[in-house]
Every structure is written in structure tokens, then in C-alpha cells.
Design a protein around this ligand. Sequence first.
Ligand SMILES: [Zn+2]
Ligand SMILES: [Zn+2]
Length: 140
Amino acid sequence: MEFLDRLLTCADCGGEFIFTAGEQLFFFDKQFKNDPKRCKPCKSKRSGTGLKAGTGPAAAGLSRTETRTECSACGIETTVPFKPTQGRPVLCRQCFQSKRAPTTGALVTGATTAEMVAGAGGERTAVGAELLVAAQAPQA
Ligand SMILES: [Zn+2]
Ligand SMILES: [Zn+2]
């Protein structure tokens, strides 16, 4: 089944918006018969869900893409909310925490987060960065 991006007109603001191939596939999947009537800003304005999408730790908590893997440190089976990258260490929650926060949690966590946000690709932050990416894009 192949879909192409289509240009639709919003019923609310009259502006044009793209009904992407991916969205069409989603609609097809859900067996929705009608095209979307409104652009995304108008839709989220009406439903009030715009603010919820992809924000905060709540989204991260609802990870649907748990992957089974083994902890690189202690070897127990664990699940991670992202696809582990080949060759990169994957830690269970306990090992992750003991590595990231050896002394005073708050300070270390703050520093690590800053590094992650800055996009540092260093090995020390690799796992953390992956976790952050997973938290920001739970649908991936
Ligand atoms: Zn609109
Ligand atoms: Zn472990």
C-alpha cells in the first residue's frame, strides 16, 4: 500500500495543510473513512490535546517501545524504552542510577542533563543521551 502526501484545506482557518503519507497510513490502519478536516494547530486547539503531546515526564513514562536486553554491567535481563545501539553499553535502571549519580544526585543529574541537551556525543553520556531521545520521542 502506497500513500502520497496530499494538500487539504482546513475547515476552520481555511489554510492549506499536508495530509502526509504517514498520516494516511495511520488513517487507513484505523479504518477512518474521512480525511482530516482541520490542520494540526486548529485540531489541537479544539481538542485541547496540543499541550499534552510529547511534553514532560508523563510521555516518557508511557513508553510503548520497550526492548528486551541484557544489562552490560550486571548482566540481568532488563527492558529499555529505546532500541539499543550496537556496541553501546545498556544498563539496567539500578546500574544506570549508580553510574549516573554516585554522590549527590541533584548536582550530577543536572550536569548530565546539561550535557545531553547540548548534544554532547561523548561516550560517557551516550546511554543518557539515548534515554533522553527516547523520552522525547516515545512514538519512534
Ligand atoms: Zn486550521
Ligand atoms: Zn545492571
